[in-house]
Ligand binder design. Structure first.
Ligand code: ZN
Length: 167
């Protein structure tokens, strides 16, 4: 097991669409273990491979009900609307109220290639959308209104990575 450094805002890997995973289960198992360890250590509720510099389509998450992994996931369906103070391990220290669909359903596979369909409201729906955004090279800042994004970028510039004057 190993803890990876988490890539942060400004790193080009976070803006790059990741490629489909075609790895053998053995090597994926190791990567997933390392990603989970990195996520729990951070701590966070989700971590996508690009966040540790690996531009492949997989993520791990745990919303408090145990860890899960999705390989080559895609959103099948979203509905509703929910505003939530959303953060990201790649933009540490910052949270913004972000409006997204409240419900999401996604399909992918596990590390052995078995189909996995996951769905949920609120936090589960949010994690699925947030992590799959990462695989498409998109950070949560892109989900802010134009004006809020401008302010957020200004805040980040003034307080790099939110580490200044935050508990
Ligand atoms: Zn994130």
């Amino acid at each position: 097991m190993a803890i990876y450094p988490i890539r942060t805002f400004g790193d080009p890997v976070l803006r790059t669409a990741a490629v489909d995973v075609a790895d053998e289960p053995e090597s994926l198992e190791r990567l997933v273990d390392d990603m989970l360890e990195t996520m729990y250590e951070a701590p966070g509720v989700g971590l996508a491979a690009p966040q540790i510099g690996i531009s492949k389509r997989l993520f791990v998450a745990d919303i408090g009900e145990g860890p899960f992994v999705m390989v080559n996931p895609e959103i099948l369906e979203v509905s509703g609307s929910w505003t939530f103070d959303e953060g990201c391990l790649s933009v540490p220290g910052y949270f913004w109220p972000i409006k997204r669909p409240g419900y999401a359903k996604a399909r992918g596979v596990d590390i052995d290639g078995n189909e996995v369909v996951l769905e949920g409201e609120e936090l589960m729906g949010r994690v699925l959308q947030h992590e799959i955004d990462h695989l498409n090279g998109m950070l949560l800042l892109e989900r802010l209104s134009r004006r809020a994004k401008k302010q957020a970028l200004r805040d980040i510039r003034e307080h790099p990575l939110g580490l200044a004057d935050r508990p």
